[in-house]
Design a binder for this molecule. Sequence first.
Ligand SMILES: Nc1nc2c(ncn2[C@@H]2O[C@H](COP(=O)(O)OP(=O)(O)OP(=O)(O)O)[C@@H](O)[C@H]2O)c(=O)[nH]1
Ligand SMILES: [Mg+2]
Length: 459
Amino acid sequence: MYTEDTIAAISTALGTGGIGIVRISGDKAFDIADRIFKGRTGFKSLKSHTINYGKIVDPESGEVLDEVLVAKMNKPRTYTREDVVEINCHGGPVVVRRVLELVLRGGARLAEPGEFTKRAFLNGRIDLSQAEAVVDLINAKTDEGTRAAIGQLEGRLSAKIREARNSLIDLIAHIEVTVDYPEHDIEEITGRMVYNQIRAIRQRLADIAKDFDRGRIIREGISVVIVGRPNVGKSSLLNELAGKNRAIVTDIPGTTRDIIEEYINIKGIPVRIIDTAGIRETEDKVEKIGVERAEKAIENADLVIMMVDASCGLTEEDIRIFMRIRKKKHIIMINKIDIAETEAVDHIRDQLDDENIITTSVKNGTGLDRLEDMIEELFVEGSVGSGDGVIITNIRHKDLIDKAIFSIDQAIGSYDGGMPLDCLTIDIRDAAEYLGQITGETVSDDVIEKIFSSFCVGK
Ligand SMILES: Nc1nc2c(ncn2[C@@H]2O[C@H](COP(=O)(O)OP(=O)(O)OP(=O)(O)O)[C@@H](O)[C@H]2O)c(=O)[nH]1
Ligand SMILES: [Mg+2]
């Protein structure tokens, strides 16, 4: 087992809170706690996995630093698989820091970012992809993101990857046996078996990789910009989606002059929604800058919602804006249908002849459900969290799966090209190696360093 010095850190967020937790992990954790904790009995006689009331006292000055609850956890049933002590202090930042200082003086070292989780990994309690899920979980912004991270933390991705990797290793063993006993028909039978199995493994990996974009969107969200001529109802839409009067709405064209952003949640997808100044030729200096910003926002967006006013019919300006956004992922919203003739709406529809057209009245709230559905359809194939719940969100994992698939394709190519079986083993071995890097079985130290440095201190 991996052993190291004893580490400590403040595990709760900095600032004033109800409680603040100092966490200690390592062989000296109980000795250190014993010296500074004064309870009904000594620390060492406390039972494991219990929470106990007492005081933290500076052993040198005798000063009482805080009244605390202390959790004692004997290894190996702990987060790090080492002895762990958690001191629950009253939340003031000064108190918690002084308790930590006392612990450090007692012989612990300040933990590096992610070091507790790193120990959980090095001591074999979790694998690398599970450790990475801890970061995702901490940073998750939506329920869906949280669910994806939990799935990974529970080891669902690891199980699939490990299964695929083991199958590859089995295949290598088969091939090697065959090569050692080179009777022709055995080689042929093994060859077909290897070929079929490797294709099945490839398919499984491709299925996992397919979900990556979905995973990324769940985690990072998308940016959506609302554009259109002045007065079509862009700011009204922003306000409606955000559920508050964020932007000024008037019947005067040119009301919005600048970019206005809000963060909202559409069907579990975090969305940064941007309202812009109505696009038109203008001599007004401020409005002109606003229009330029709107055009810039189009470039950077994942999705453009272009609104047109059903009651005015299409204008040249509308067509110009449409030509500009047509190549991007977009939704056309024919708005104000409450005051427009049906024929007029149909006419606009025919003129634009676009797949993603919806008709709405932001004023009456009609058609907005359809807008949300369409956003979901455009970015999320199938419902999120469906199937067995394995969603990869991590670019490192995606990269490695892609590399493994590439190596498998090389092996398949060799087989199709009539190469002898043992030529396939090099590529199969590479594929297994890449998969091992996801779970951490074959990963190098600097990759591990890099992953854990993205954690916060105390986790
Ligand atoms: N009848 C009707 N009026 C609407 C609808 N949506 C918005 N409006 C009105 O249209 C006017 C302009 O709305 P805004 O949301 O300010 O339009 P905008 O596109 O942001 O305008 P600019 O900021 O000038 O570019 C306001 O009077 C709204 O109340 C709708 O669906 N039906
Ligand atoms: Mg506006």
